[in-house]
Design a protein around this ligand. Structure first.
Ligand code: OXD
Ligand code: MN
Length: 587
């Protein structure tokens, strides 16, 4: 039964049911009894496998279809009326054309299944940051995952009331046919259609589809920002807390940074790190001219491989209960889970991510899919911030951009001002192949780590970033980091992980005007002696190397940036073209 009389909502659901023809419609109320019943059903159907309830209470394993294990960027579309508004970095199709095509695929796609109606909130319900969505889905896995990743249920229906102020998401796993798989966004109608996938990033519509692609367009229209950023808090020994938001492309250690444990020398002094978010930040100017952030999500959808008690004990602890694991190894001896990089003791009596017998001691192939995941409640995280549920968000003092660069980018630099910081974010990129060989690899530009997630023309998005400065009398300082510099033998110079705290600490000293810097063509670089090397394996000479800038490489880099900018034509903001010229002249 619908717990709402909202006519727009009910008529849209009727229309969607007419199209997809489910056997019945069930509203998700957010109560534990209903979720428990759904878990029971999904265990009976094999969609979820209960794990050892003593060791992993409330935890389940899910195996996705083998052809459906990641986001599908080539099948993800922005369907705004004009192609130029989607820009050169998005796939575009005219809304009417995409609707017609997908209506055929959705037609009857829920026959023999239930359509679940999930009211969900991105951000604490009632917060000035919060936005609401309704996802219609024929997948219990989606319902149970959404109940971890977002706030779901009747409180959201109450918050929506009789308004039309909600994002309409329609998802059907249909036949999981990869040839008919589409993730389509209709920003003009606040609508998302996702079909023929069961993979989280494609089907948990609150996450990438709403909280980034649709929300970025809402932010443009309403003077706020939806960003692919973690949010962390640093508590100083005197109790003062400062907040940093950071954007990195995939595979740059974002979750690890969000949950970092400071080195012993800092911990002993009383420094602490608190996690507000690991993936997405919604940022709004406050009345005091500062930028405030909330994490719109309620859980972590983290990559499992490589997560272990050393690399990220907080993430590991987050998965200890009420977690759904997807595509990891099932250890049959004690019915727990395993993945590459968890420990050096792979199970011998196990099933791999496809469900086939697998012996970790002798197998020639990996057991867990490289993109296997955990869907874990954020409140499980031992270092979750007290401010996680704060409806007003946290004030951001520093924004950090970063990528994986073998030689080009120094360990850290600070932008000269906001506009220069936007430039620094716009030229972000990562080298995918360089780490193994030590050669400078091919750069994939990923501005603000938003390449696959910006819901409109990236050039207009940069202009929106530039325009936000007008609402900020006290904007965050903007930095760039590179934890991945290689020496001539191809080894990482910087140890990373907890020691990244040393760099964050310098940033906060810059924020408080307590640290010096050298002015360079790139911006402000630390004086090597200003990075705390106490109780550290890196010495001043190595640090000096990490902070060096190779002019010849940067001249090449500037050429690459010019080529990339060229794609945007008239949409490239004049201020960014000027920033590029300033850089070229300074080199
Ligand atoms: C993610 C991603 O899954 O950025 O968070 O791809
Ligand atoms: Mn992400």
């Amino acid at each position: 039964m619908a717990a709402t009389t909202n006519k727009q909502l009910i008529s849209w659901i009727d229309e969607s049911a007419k199209l997809t023809q489910p056997d019945s419609v069930i509203w998700i109320n957010g109560g534990e009894a209903q979720l428990a019943e759904l878990r029971k059903q999904s265990v009976a159907s094999g969609e979820l496998i209960p794990l050892n309830q003593e060791k992993l209470p409330g935890c389940y394993l899910h195996r996705s279809a083998q052809n459906d294990v990641a986001r599908v960027e080539d099948r993800t579309f922005i369907c705004c009326p004009e192609e130029k508004d989607a820009g050169p970095t998005n796939n575009w199709k005219a809304p009417a054309e995409m609707r017609a095509q997908l209506e055929t695929i959705f037609s009857g796609s829920m026959k023999g299944r239930v359509m679940y109606v999930i009211p969900y909130s991105m951000g604490p319900v009632g917060s000035p940051f919060a936005k609401y969505g309704i996802e219609l889905t024929d997948s219990i896995y989606v319902v149970l995952s959404m109940a971890i990743m977002t706030r779901v249920g009747n409180s959201v229906l109450n918050a929506i009331g009789d308004t039309g102020d909600f994002i309409k998401g329609l998802h059907s796993k249909a036949e999981l046919d990869p040839e008919k798989r589409y993730i389509a966004h209709f920003p003009q109608d606040n609508t998302i259609w996702s079909v023929n996938s069961g993979y989280g990033g494609n089907v948990l519509l609150g996450k990438k589809c709403f909280a980034l692609r649709i929300a970025s367009t809402l932010g443009r229209d309403e003077n706020w920002m939806a960003e692919h950023m973690l949010i962390l808090g640093i508590e100083a020994p005197n109790g003062e807390k400062r907040y940093i938001a950071a954007a990195f492309p995939s595979a740059c250690g974002k979750t690890n940074l969000a949950m970092l444990i400071p080195p012993k020398v800092y911990a002993d002094k009383g420094y602490k790190v608190w996690t507000v978010g690991d993936d997405i930040a919604w940022l709004r100017p406050g009345n005091d001219g500062r930028l405030y952030a909330v994490n719109p999500e309620y859980g972590f959808f983290g990559v499992a491989p490589g997560t272990n008690a050393k690399s990220n004990p907080n993430a590991l602890a987050s998965t200890a209960r009420n977690t759904i694991f997807t595509n990891v190894v099932q250890n049959l001896d004690d019915n727990t889970v395993w993945w590459e990089g968890l420990d050096k003791n792979p199970p011998e009596n196990a099933l791999d991510w496809t469900g086939k017998p697998w012996n970790g001691k002798t197998a020639a192939t990996v057991g867990a899919h490289p993109n296997s995941r955990f869907t874990a409640p954020a409140i499980n995280c031992p270092c979750i911030s007290d401010e996680f549920e704060n409806p007003a968000g946290v004030p951001i003092d520093a924004i950090v951009f970063g990528g994986r660069r073998a030689k080009t980018a120094p360990l850290v630099y600070q932008s000269r001002d906001w506009a220069h910081g936007v430039f620094v974010g716009s030229i972000m990129g990562s080298e995918t192949t360089a780490a193994a060989t030590g050669a400078v690899g091919v750069v994939r530009r990923d501005p603000m780590a938003m390449l696959p997630f910006c819901g409109y023309n990236m050039g207009d998005y940069w202009q929106h970033w530039l325009d936000m400065e007008k609402s900020l009398t006290n904007p965050p300082k903007i930095f760039n980091v590179n934890w991945f510099r290689l020496d001539d033998e191809g080894h990482f110079i910087w140890p990373g992980f907890g020691d990244n705290f040393r760099v964050l600490e310098w940033m906060l000293r810059r924020v408080r005007n307590e640290a010096e810097a050298n002015e360079t063509a790139l911006g402000y670089l630390p004086k090597p002696e200003d990075i705390n090397l106490e109780d550290f394996e890196i010495d001043l000479a190595a640090l000096t190397d990490l902070l060096s800038i190779d002019n010849a490489l940067w001249k090449e880099e500037a050429k690459g940036i010019r080529e990339f900018y060229g794609k945007f034509g008239a949409a490239l903001p004049a201020k960014l073209a000027e920033q590029l010229e300033t850089l070229e002249n300074a080199l």
